[in-house]
Design a protein around this ligand. Structure first.
Ligand SMILES: O=C[C@H](O)[C@H](O)[C@H](O)COP(=O)(O)O
Length: 233
């Protein structure tokens, strides 16, 4: 679905504002990564500064931590706050049924998944371009692998059907490295019919730290689009 860049930006800001309204004082909140999550953090920052909203944020990336800190939002680690009330994060694809996700085009998937599974409730924020019938529609599955022996890990991934593209930094030909200093192999499996099985099969491969399939773990989806905001539960 092609869309004007400025329109997409407006959608992200709209959905960010609605997601930020779900946070109440005293909550412990997972702060996702990526451009849509950044809109949530900015909207939360505004509420922090203008309304005196007070909560504790658990960031899923260094970038998100810096953005939250720029508004003065209080942050904690999972060690300090192991159980979260709510986690709000973006996604690259969301299925209409069951709200299965592909995440990780920004490279934050491992920390995002750890934070998600520490939270009682998971709300996903997207614009309408991200909604699909089946995962794999237009996004590969990002797989975070340890750099040692990544070539062997890649061969195992190919054996289960992946067509691999090694993630490189945009500005150079160097390997992209995650906040945890791991590599990302973007794995195209075509349309994914059994996401739960694939998530498990990928994670059984030695050298794989985590993959970007989030299956049966989304509670609510906020979708910004031409009809306004849809809140699916
Ligand atoms: O690693 C990145 C995250 O999973 C993001 O939440 C995801 O890529 C969506 O990012 P954006 O909101 O920028 O499209």
């Amino acid at each position: 679905m092609s869309m004007d860049v400025s329109q997409i930006e407006i959608y992200k800001q709209q959905v960010g504002k609605v997601a930020a309204s779900l946070v109440t004082s005293g909550m412990i909140v997972g702060l996702g990564s990526g451009s849509t999550s950044a809109c949530v953090v900015r909207a939360l920052g505004k509420r922090w500064q203008e309304e005196g909203l007070r909560f504790i944020g658990v960031p899923t990336s260094v970038e998100t931590a810096h953005l939250a800190q720029s508004f003065g939002i209080e942050l904690a680690t999972l060690g300090q706050c192991p159980e979260l009330d709510l986690d709000i994060d973006g996604a690259d694809e969301v299925t209409h049924q069951h709200y299965h996700l592909i995440k990780g085009l920004g490279g934050a998937l491992l920390r995002e998944k750890i934070v998600r599974y520490a939270a009682k409730k998971f709300v996903v924020v997207v614009d309408e371009r991200k909604m699909v019938d089946q995962l794999g529609d237009h996004t590969p599955v990002p797989v975070e692998v340890t750099p040692f022996g990544w070539e062997a890990t890649a061969k195992h991934l190919e054996k289960i059907g992946a067509k691999i593209s090694i993630r490189l930094k945009k500005e150079s030909k160097e390997f992209f490295l995650t906040d945890g200093a791991n590599m990302i192999l973007d794995c195209n499996f075509g349309l994914i019919t059994e996401p739960a099985q694939l998530e498990k099969a990928i994670n059984e491969i030695v050298g794989v730290m985590e993959n970007g399939l989030f299956v049966h773990c989304t509670d609510e989806v906020l979708i910004a689009g031409h009809d306004g905001i849809q809140h699916l539960k």
